[in-house]
Design a protein around this ligand. Structure first.
Ligand SMILES: CC(C)C[C@H](NC(=O)CN)C(=O)O
Length: 471
C-alpha cells in the first residue's frame, strides 16, 4: 500500500527541497512585531499551497496584542484548513508554525540563514527544522496520496500559525471559541515541532512550559560619559547585573524562592523510561562543544533537559554590544530571561514568585533607579498519556519507515499550545518529530538533513495509514 507513496516522495525530493528553499527565504521572524508582514506573507504562501491541493482555508482572526511597551498591535491570523471530509474516517488535526527565530550572518552563520543551502546532505537555513520543513513534510505526505491517486485514509485538518516562537498569542482563545466547531470532529491532534533526542527516531510524550521575563531598569535621563558620571551615580546596568545574578547559581540551581517547590517527584515507571534512550554523553558533549555538562550521567542530563525546570538569561537590551569600545553608562537596560517549567509548576504562580523576588533584591540595592518586571509568555508544560492509541500508530509508522522502534522521549523546549489543546479540547495529542538531534533549532547553522526531511515525509504518509487502522 505505502510503496507507491514512498516512491513518489523519493522521486519528488528535489521539488520538496526547492519548496523549502522558497519558504526559508521568507524572513518570518515573529520576535519582532515590525516584521509581522513577513509572517503574514509566509501564512499566505502556506494557504495558497493548501488551496492548490484542494483544501479549504480560513484565516481566523485572533485579535490584538499588547506589547511590553504598552502599544497594542493586530495579530497575524491563524490558518484553519481542511481537506475533503468523509464522516466514516477518523480525523487528524495537524498543528505547525511558519514563523522563525531571528537569524543573521553576523551571529556566526556559515551560510546565509535565509538562503537554504545544501552541504553534505544537510539543508541549512532558519526554519529548516523549526518548523517550516516539518509543515511542508505534512503537506507533501498529503500530496503523495493525491498524486498516486490513493485515498487519504484519514480526514486531515490543519492549524498553522505564525506566532509560535513568541508564545502563540491568541491561539488559546481561538481553540476555546472553536472547540464546538473546528475541533468537534477531531479525533487526534499531532504536532511535529521538535527533534529526536539521539540518532534514533522518536515519539515525544512531554514538553516543558516557559515563562519569559523582561527586567527593565531605568535610570538617568541620557547615556552619560563614564569619565564624567562614573562613580557618582548608581548605574542601571550594575543594578540589572545584581538582579540577574540573583536568579541562579553556577550549578544551574534556580534561586528564586519557592519556584521549584511544585516539581512532580520522579516515579519508578518514569525513571525506567530513561534506561532505553541511546543518548551518548560523549557525542552530545561534542555536538555542544563543551567539556562537561552540569550533570554526570546520561539519565541526569536527560532529566535536566526534560523533567526539571531551568532558567536561562538570554540578553540585555540597551547595553553596548558592538565591536570596539564605547565609554558610556547606558541610561536604561532590559534584561531578558526565561524559566522552562515542568509538571506541576504553574506559569502564573512562577510569575508572581519571580516578580516578588526581583522586587525584594532590588530593595536591597537602595537604588534611585526604576524597576519594571513584565512577563510575556506563560506556556504550560505538557505530558501525554503513553497508552493513547496514537502512540501505537506512531510506533508502527516509525517501524515501517525506519525499521526500528521509536525511542519514547520528552522535549526540553516548549510548544505553547500543546497542553492547551489537550486541556481545552480533551483530544489526544502526540508529537511525531522528524528533525535530527543535531539540527540546532534556534542556533547558528540550523538545518534539517535531506534524509530526515524526505524519510520524515514518508513517516507522515505511513502515519496517516496506521492511524486509519486503529480500532
Ligand atoms: C515559548 C517559546 C518561545 C517557544 C519555543 N518553541 C520552540 O522552539 C518549538 N520548536 C521555545 O523556545 O521552546
Amino acid at each position: 500500500m505505502l510503496e507507491p507513496l514512498f516512491q513518489y516522495i523519493d522521486d519528488h525530493q528535489n521539488q520538496f527541497v526547492q519548496r523549502l528553499k522558497e519558504w526559508v527565504a521568507v524572513q518570518s521572524n515573529s520576535g519582532d512585531h515590525t516584521k509581522w508582514g513577513e509572517v503574514e506573507r509566509i501564512l499566505n504562501m502556506t494557504a495558497v499551497k493548501i488551496q492548490e491541493m484542494g483544501g479549504t482555508v480560513e484565516f481566523a482572526d485572533v485579535g490584538t496584542h499588547q506589547l511590553p511597551s504598552g502599544e497594542t498591535v493586530p495579530l497575524p491570523p491563524v490558518i484553519l484548513a481542511e481537506f475533503e471530509r468523509d464522516p466514516k474516517k477518523a480525523t487528524l488535526c495537524i498543528y505547525g508554525h511558519v514563523d522563525v527565530q531571528p537569524a543573521k550572518m553576523a551571529d556566526g552563520w556559515t551560510t546565509d540563514p535565509f538562503n537554504l543551502t545544501e552541504i553534505k546532505g544537510n539543508l541549512y537555513g532558519r526554519g529548516a527544522t523549526d518548523n517550516k520543513g516539518p509543515v511542508l513534510a505534512w503537506l507533501h505526505a498529503v500530496e503523495s496520496y493525491q498524486a498516486t491517486e490513493k485515498e487519504i485514509p484519514v480526514n486531515i485538518k490543519l492549524i498553522i500559525e505564525g506566532l509560535e516562537e513568541v508564545g502563540s498569542y491568541g491561539l488559546l482563545e481561538l481553540t476555546r471559541k472553536r472547540n464546538d466547531s473546528f475541533f468537534a470532529d477531531v479525533d487526534f491532534i499531532v504536532i511535529s515541532d521538535n527533534v529526536w533526542a539521539t540518532r534514533s527516531p522518536a515519539l515525544t510524550y512531554g514538553t516543558r512550559g516557559s515563562s519569559y521575563f523582561f527586567v527593565e531598569v531605568d535610570g538617568p535621563k541620557l547615556d552619560f560619559h563614564s569619565g564624567v558620571y562614573g562613580g557618582s551615580i548608581q548605574e542601571p546596568m550594575s543594578d540589572l547585573i545584581a538582579l540577574l545574578g540573583s536568579l541562579l547559581d553556577h550549578t544551574g540551581k534556580i534561586l528564586v524562592p519557592g519556584v521549584t517547590d511544585d516539581v512532580a517527584p520522579l516515579t519508578e515507571d518514569e525513571r525506567k523510561l530513561y534506561d532505553n534512550i541511546s543518548f551518548d554523553l560523549e557525542e552530545m558533549k561534542s555536538v555542544a562543544g563543551v567539556k562537561h555538562f552540569l550533570q554526570d550521567t546520561k539519565e541526569e542530563v536527560l532529566m535536566a533537559r526534560w523533567r526539571n525546570p531551568s532558567l536561562s538569561i538570554h540578553g540585555i537590551q540597551g547595553a553596548f554590544s558592538e565591536p570596539g569600545t564605547k565609554t558610556v553608562i547606558p541610561k536604561q537596560v532590559t534584561g531578558k530571561f526565561s524559566i522552562r517549567q515542568v509538571p506541576n509548576m504553574d506559569p502564573p504562580d512562577v510569575e508572581r514568585k519571580v516578580k516578588e523576588h526581583l522586587q525584594q533584591v532590588f530593595s536591597t540595592l537602595k537604588s534611585p533607579n526604576r524597576l519594571r518586571v513584565t512577563a510575556t509568555v506563560g506556556a504550560k508544560p505538557w505530558v501525554a498519556n503513553l497508552k493513547d492509541p496514537q502512540y501505537v500508530a506512531g510506533q508502527r509508522a516509525v517501524r515501517e519507515v525506519f525499521g526500528v522502534d521509536p525511542e519514547l522521549i520528552r522535549e526540553g523546549s516548549t510548544i505553547p499550545i500543546a497542553q492547551n489543546f489537550q486541556e481545552e479540547t480533551g483530544k489526544s495529542v502526540m508529537m511525531l518529530p522528524i528533525g535530527g538531534h543535531d539540527d540546532g533549532e534556534h542556533s547558528q547553522n540550523e538545518k534539517i538533513s535531506r534524509y530526515n526531511y524526505i524519510e520524515g515525509t514518508k513517516l507522515f504518509a505511513a502515519y496517516f495509514y496506521e492511524l486509519s487502522l486503529l480500532k
